[in-house]
Design a protein around this ligand. Structure first.
Ligand code: SF4
Length: 349
């Protein structure tokens, strides 16, 4: 059973005297916590990283001047309902705005969980027509909301339509379901994703504790169905803004056959300032991570530029031009500096 704002006190996740505060937040932004995530929360720990992600707080009512209702500029690039076409070769398709949980830092928090929650059949047909008519579109990213809340029959229908569009090469699903509501990833759901084209699944996970036995079983069902699985993570103060925490998460994902793909700098969504780190802090963390863990455990640290200008990598370059030599100075993972190419006089025999 999914917990809503009014259930959080009786479930022991908040003190009853906080109910008014939670209700005020719920008037602005959707609230839902799945049983799987509620079971992970330690109510005695006021810094619990799972509670921080799903249990609302009054901090969300404070809106910083730089925060935006549409922080990554989806609306600017939405030619028809349910489609975002920001980059020439790919589109987002949003068949639903429902999610199994509502993350307190969500970049689409103004829309998710609100009505109309489903794309009407006529609008879905219009979205398909938009994709069919544009041969430059190579990839469709099915997102939302969370497309894995749809019944397998509906997912199969989306996959079937997209699979028949000749110019598409890839169908990619973005979802939090395998982690936060893993019981939904049934054999029927995995079978619904079967296609001639490449189907990828990108799961959203932010902390090692989310990688429960049930989450691993859900991912295994997808992997055994032949679906490559990647992960995206949001860098969040109080949840994973620590190199050891990120290292443990990414090692955990790789060990369950999931490749960490993106580490997102938290977006400027309204009421989320308490989650955001600075960019310099993020750069220090990813540099430290590079020194600690295998290349398989290194996602690309990215920022979605506010206003809809797309994603860009943020990690500081290890290479700086050296005007004296005309070559480069390269910094290793421990901060040591090396000339490139090396001075032949110092070359090892
Ligand atoms: S699952 Fe994704 S879209 Fe849904 S609330 Fe969380 S971050 Fe937002």
């Amino acid at each position: 059973m999914t917990l809503r704002a009014d259930d959080l006190a009786s479930a022991g996740l908040i003190e009853p005297e906080r109910l008014d505060e939670i209700r005020r937040v719920a008037e602005e932004f959707s609230v839902a916590v799945t049983e799987d995530m509620a079971a992970l929360i330690d109510p005695g720990d006021d810094r619990d990283p799972i509670a921080a992600q799903f249990v609302p707080s009054a901090a969300e009512l404070a809106v910083a001047g730089e925060e935006l209702a549409d922080p990554i500029g989806d609306q600017r690039w939405s030619p028809v309902p349910g489609i975002v076409h920001r980059h020439r070769d790919r589109v987002l398709l949003k068949p639903t705005l429902l999610c199994p949980v509502y993350c307190r830092f969500c970049f689409r928090r103004e829309a998710v969980g609100k009505m109309p929650a489903m794309l009407e059949p006529a609008a879905l047909e219009q979205a398909y027509a938009y994709i069919r008519e544009r041969p430059e579109i190579w990839e469709v990213i099915v997102t939302g909301g969370d497309p894995f809340v749809l019944a397998p029959r509906r997912l199969a229908s989306i996959v079937r339509v997209l699979d028949e569009i000749p110019h598409l090469g890839v169908i990619r699903f973005h979802t939090r379901v395998p982690v936060v509501d893993p019981g939904r990833v049934t054999a029927a759901l995995a079978a619904a994703l079967t296609a001639e084209k490449a189907v990828y699944v990108v799961v959203h996970a932010n902390h090692l504790r989310e990688l429960t036995a049930a989450a691993k079983a859900a991912v295994t069902r997808l992997v055994r169905a032949g679906i490559p699985v990647l992960a995206q993570t949001v860098l969040l103060r109080g949840v994973n803004d620590d190199a050891a925490v990120l290292e443990a998460l990414f090692r955990g994902l790789v060990a369950m056959r999931v490749k960490p793909y993106y580490l997102h700098h938290a977006d400027l969504a309204r009421g989320t300032a308490h989650f955001r780190t600075g960019i310099a802090e993020g750069q220090r963390l990813v540099r430290s991570l590079r020194a600690r863990a295998s290349g398989l455990c290194q996602p690309t640290y990215v920022l979605d530029i506010p206003g809809g200008y797309g994603k860009v990598p943020l990690a500081a370059s290890a290479a700086a031009p050296d005007s004296a030599s005309g070559g480069w100075t390269i910094e290793d993972g421990d901060g040591g500096r090396h000339a490139y190419p090396p001075d032949p006089a110092n070359a090892k025999e």
